[in-house]
Design a protein around this ligand. Sequence first.
Ligand code: AMP
Ligand code: MG
Length: 268
Amino acid sequence: MKFSKLFQVKYGKKVRFSHYDPSFTAGFKKDQVEKILVKDIASIVDLEYRLYAEGERSLLIVLQAMDSAGKDGVIRHVMSGFNPQSCKVTAFKVPSAEEAAHDFLWRVHKAIPSKGEIGIFNRSHYEEVLVVRVHSLQPKKVWSRRYDEINAFEEFLAKNGVTILKFFLHISKDEQKKRLQARLDDTKKNWKLDPHDLKERKYWTDYMLAYEEVLSRCSTKRAPWFIIPANRKWFRNLAISRIIIEHLQAMEIKTPKPKFDLSNIVVK
Ligand code: AMP
Ligand code: MG
C-alpha cells in the first residue's frame, strides 16, 4: 500500500474535513506498527546518508497542525536516527522586528535546507494564511494573495532541487481537549500547557476553514500536502515515515562515484 497516494491531497481538490477521519488507521494495529516503525527509521537513516553523500538535492518537511496535534512528537520520532550534521529543525514563531521588516518569505528562504540536507519546519510560511487570517493580523487584500505567492515560491524551490513534503496533522477537537486536559492533570506534562493554546482553541472553526483553504489551494504536484490522521500517535508516525521513505526512494539517490582511479591508490 502506498501511503503517499492514500493521504496526498490531489491538486485542485476542494478539501472538506467532514470527509476525513482523524482516527483512521488503515486497518493497522498498534502492536504490529511498533516493529514497522523501528525498521522504517533504519530505512530513513540509510536514505538520509545517501542524500548527504550525493550532496545535490535536499528534502524539506513542513509540519502544520493545531496545538497538541503532535508536531514535536513527529520531529522526535522521524529524527531519532538522523545525522545531526545534515538535518536542521526550524520553528517559526511570531516574526521578530527584523523578520517583520522584510517580505514574509525572507525568513523562510533562509531556512531552506542546503544541498544534501533535510530540513524540518515546525510551523512555516503557511502561518501567514492561518494565524494571520484567523486573527486579521493583516488585511484580507494582503493575505489572500499569499496562496499564489507561496505556490510560486515552492515551485521555484522544487525546480532547484528541493523536494517538498507538507504534512497537516489532523486531530479532532475532542482529541485536542483530551490532550490539553492531560497537560493540566499530569504533573509531568504541566510544562507543556500554554494558556495561549486554550485561547486559540476558541477559534477552532475559523482555523479549520483556513486550513481547508490552504489544503485546497496549495497542494501542488511539486509540493504536495498530506492530510495525516493524527488522533492515534503511532499511526501518525507510521504514515509520515512511510511517506518520507516513499519519496526518498523515488529520488533514486546514488552515492557518488569515487573522484579518483582507486586502482592506482595504495594505502601505505
Ligand atoms: P509554538 O509553535 O507553540 O511555539 O507557537 C508559536 C506561535 O507563533 C504560534 O501561536 C503561531 O501561530 C505563531 N506564529 C508563527 N508564525 C507566525 C506569523 N507569521 N505571524 C504571526 N504569528 C505566527
Ligand atoms: Mg504552542
